[in-house]
Structures are given as structure tokens and as C-alpha cells.
Write a protein that binds this ligand. Structure first.
Ligand SMILES: Cc1ncc(COP(=O)(O)O)c(C=O)c1O
Length: 435
């Protein structure tokens, strides 16, 4: 029984009543539910760092455009399955302006959140070739991707990239690819949960091996241009968002509007399939679709049969945002850059009080300050630390749920209010004092 910022008995009772054998192993939603319960019972607010929810309001540019589209009558009409034509053109402009790659509007497809694009791609790429029945995750990663692959009945393999950064990635990646069973490689960049950012050498390795072994790369750019060490926010000007698209034609890019554009609620993301891949034919797809064509099977096969396109008005909202961004009239990164500021402050509070940053470098430079960071405390496993921090009013998720082989937690800064930093400091000081 310790003197802790949140009443010790209330927390231990809530943990016991939650029925989890090990709270540290609980999913994000389960942790959220437990923290909601403790907050209600104790009357104390947590510094909530468990969920990656955008913390800023959506731009009026988008919401006004959605209202206008509804007034214009789009609600009664089916949207095109592969997207409103003007939106497809703006997505194509967007990837030209911010990655400096050419993808034709035909191969730029809005999806119901970027995860829906992953679903469509796994479904097709996982069935192109009988021998290639396995998805390879470069971990740590976002657990929902693994859930998708499992649901689809595909196999999966993964490795923690911590010890395989830079040139070391080649041998490690090739050790999987040369077995011939991998259909798709997936990673996020910047990475959820660690915020590591692959550099061009690493992306070149991934791209060249994807070409060599004819594997599709699903590059998840959920945190597009949010490596704030570089200002990638000027349309048509370097530096650009680094991408595997510069090194292979076997790519599908998933670009979420949820974080960079603070538009998570409308469930509209973007998928860009390389033109070469879009136009390729795989005979085996005829077992599942009326076509052997990759792009057609994704859009008119999978997306038609699952979501039948994205909500019409949401497409107009995203269209307005992209147009303003492409034209240099709106800069979404001016808003979300504040996540980086919060991370810098929060990381300092943790490290000043005995915590370590787990994934602390991008090879030779300190990790960027962004949406997430990872922490550990000497003598604690990630799962133990998660539980112990609950008594101190700080919530996070364990890295063990993300495919990481390292002990620690993922902390998300999106929901820390500016006035919560003094409280966070006080609680972490108390944690240090008690341990
Ligand atoms: C790596 C990664 N991919 C995808 C998503 C979800 O994107 P969307 O909201 O566009 O489906 C998230 C959200 O947390 C994420 O972290």
C-alpha cells in the first residue's frame, strides 16, 4: 500500500474487477475502458496517453465543403466506387507535390480510412500467387493490420527492426523474402508505435528487394510528412516525404487523412497504387474476381463488395482540403506540428524522472518528436510498468502488443492538454520517489 496520486485501493480494485489476468496485455480499447472506470470511481483525471486519437478540430475548409456537397444533393447518389474524379486528380497532385512521384488519377482511390485500403490490398496481393501466402510485417506495428491478415486467412511473419536499421536491414529482409512465400511487406513510416522514420537507404533496400522478389510493399503513411525534423509542407518543393515509391514499382501507399488532416471521424483515406502494379495481370485472381487485373480487382472487386466506395460528402470534404493544400493556401502541418512540441516536453519530463526512451534513435540521430514515443523504467517489464503507472494517473499501452521485442510502453501525446504538463511532472516525480 503506497501513497500514490490516484487512490491505491480504487485502482487495485478496478484492476481486479476488470478480470484481466494481466492488465499489461490488454488491448487499447480495454485499457481505455479501465481508465474511464478508474477516473469515474476516483474522481481524478488521468494523463491519457493510451489512444492515438487526433487532438485538433477538423478544418472548416473540409466541413464547409461537406455541407455544401450535401446541400447540392450528393446524399441520394451513389459515389463512384473508385472515387469522385476531381478527388482522384487532387490525390494524384498531392503525391506529386509532397512525395514527388507520378501516380495517375486512375490509380488514386479514396478508401474508408486507410485501413480499408490495407484490406483491399491484402485481399488481392495475398491471392496473386499460390506460393506467396504470407504477409511480412516490419515491426513494431499497428495491431489492426495483423488482425486484418488473420481475418483474411493469410499467414504472417514479422521481425522487430530495432537491431536491423540501415544497411543491416538488407540481410534480415532478404532472409524472409528468399523463402518465396511472402506476398506483401508492410510497415508504417513514421512508425506507430515507435516514431522511428526509415531513411532513404532503408527505403531503397526495401524497394529493391521488393522488385527482386516480386513482392508488394504496403507503405502506411498514416503520419504523412509528420517527421517534423524536416519541413515537408511546401507543395512541389523538397524535402519530400520519403517513400519506397522512389525505389520500386511494386507499391501501394496508404495515406490517412486522420492524423495529418485531423479528419479521422469522416473515415476517408487515400490509396495510391503504382501505375505499373495497377495494370498488371495475375491469372490466379480469376479464382476470386471477374478480372485478372490488379487495380480492377482492388477497386471493382474488393472495394465494391465491401464498402462500395466512400461516403459521398466525405469525399468532397477531403477534396477541398487537398485542393487548398496543393494550392499552398492551407498548411495542415502547421496545426499538427504541435504534437511534436508536446512530445518534446513530455519526453523530457519522463527522462528527467528516471525513464528511458526505448526506440531512441534513427540510426545516427535522435528520434524525432511526434505523435508517439516509447518509454521504459529500469526493473520493470512493459506490462508491469503499464499497471504501475495507473496508480500515478498515467495511461499508455504495452509495446508487447505491437510486435516489439523490447520492454516498454507506447505513449501518445495527442490528448495531453497543455495545462496537464505540471500534473504529469508531479506524478512522474512521485513515481521516481516511490521507486
Ligand atoms: C500506422 C497506422 N495506420 C493506420 C491508421 C488508421 O488510419 P485510418 O484512420 O485512416 O484508417 C493508424 C491510426 O492509428 C495508424 O497508426
Amino acid at each position: 500500500m503506497k501513497n500514490t496520486p490516484i487512490d491505491y485501493n480504487t485502482v487495485s480494485k478496478a484492476i481486479k474487477e476488470s478480470g484481466h489476468e494481466c492488465v499489461g496485455k490488454a488491448s487499447i480499447r480495454e485499457i481505455k475502458f479501465l481508465i474511464d472506470t478508474i477516473e469515474k470511481k476516483s474522481g481524478d483525471k488521468f494523463v491519457r496517453m493510451e489512444m492515438g486519437i487526433p487532438g485538433f478540430p477538423a478544418s472548416k475548409i473540409a466541413t464547409d465543403a461537406e455541407k455544401q456537397a450535401l446541400d447540392n444533393g450528393v446524399a441520394s447518389l451513389y459515389p463512384n466506387i473508385d472515387g469522385v474524379p476531381e478527388l482522384k486528380t487532387e490525390i494524384s497532385r498531392f503525391v506529386k507535390n509532397y512525395i514527388n512521384i507520378d501516380v495517375s488519377p486512375k490509380a488514386c482511390i479514396p478508401t474508408v480510412g486507410s485501413i480499408n485500403g490495407n484490406y483491399g490490398t491484402f485481399m488481392v496481393a495475398g491471392r496473386m500467387d499460390e506460393k506467396k501466402d504470407t504477409v511480412l510485417f516490419i515491426d513494431p506495428g499497428f495491431p489492426v493490420h495483423k488482425q486484418l491478415v488473420k481475418m483474411l486467412g493469410l499467414k504472417q511473419e514479422s521481425f522487430d527492426v530495432y537491431n536491423f536499421r540501415g544497411a543491416k536491414l538488407k540481410e534480415k529482409l532478404e532472409s524472409y523474402l528468399k523463402k518465396g512465400n511472402i506476398s506483401v511487406i508492410l510497415y508504417s513510416n513514421p512508425n506507430n508505435p515507435t516514431w522511428i522514420c526509415f531513411n532513404d537507404e532503408e527505403l531503397r533496400i526495401i524497394g529493391e528487394l521488393a522488385t527482386k522478389y516480386d513482392v508488394v510493399v504496403e507503405e502506411d503513411l498514416a503520419y504523412f510528412a509528420m517527421d517534423f525534423r524536416k519541413d515537408m509542407s511546401k507543395p512541389g518543393e523538397p524535402p519530400y516525404q520519403p517513400s519506397v515509391a522512389n525505389y520500386t514499382d511494386n507499391y501501394v501507399l496508404m495515406i490517412s487523412s486522420s492524423k495529418a488532416f485531423s479528419y479521422a471521424g469522416q473515415r476517408v483515406g487515400m490509396m495510391c497504387i503504382s501505375d505499373k502494379l495497377f495494370n498488371r495481370d495475375f491469372k490466379r485472381l480469376l479464382n476470386y474476381y471477374s478480372t485478372s487485373n490488379f487495380g480492377h480487382a482492388v477497386a471493382y472487386g474488393t472495394l465494391y463488395a465491401t464498402t462500395s466506395g466512400v461516403t459521398h460528402s466525405a469525399q468532397y470534404g477531403l477534396l477541398a482540403l487537398l485542393k487548398a493544400t496543393n494550392n499552398g493556401e492551407y498548411n495542415p502541418w502547421e496545426v499538427v506540428r504541435k504534437y511534436g512540441e508536446r512530445a518534446r516536453k513530455a519526453k523530457k519530463l519522463f527522462t528527467d524522472n528516471g525513464f528511458n526512451i526505448v526506440y531512441d534513435t534513427d540510426i545516427d540521430q535522435p528520434i524525432a518528436d511526434g505523435f508517439y514515443f516509447t518509454i521504459s523504467y529500469p526493473g520493470f517489464t512493459g506490462e508491469q510498468l503499464l499497471e504501475e503507472l495507473m496508480y500515478y494517473g498515467v495511461s499508455a499501452i504495452s509495446l508487447s502488443t505491437t510486435g516489439s521485442e523490447r520492454e516498454g510502453l507506447r505513449a501518445c501525446v495527442s490528448f495531453i492538454a497543455d495545462n496537464q504538463f505540471p500534473q504529469l511532472e508531479e506524478r512522474l516525480k512521485k513515481f521516481k520517489e516511490n521507486h
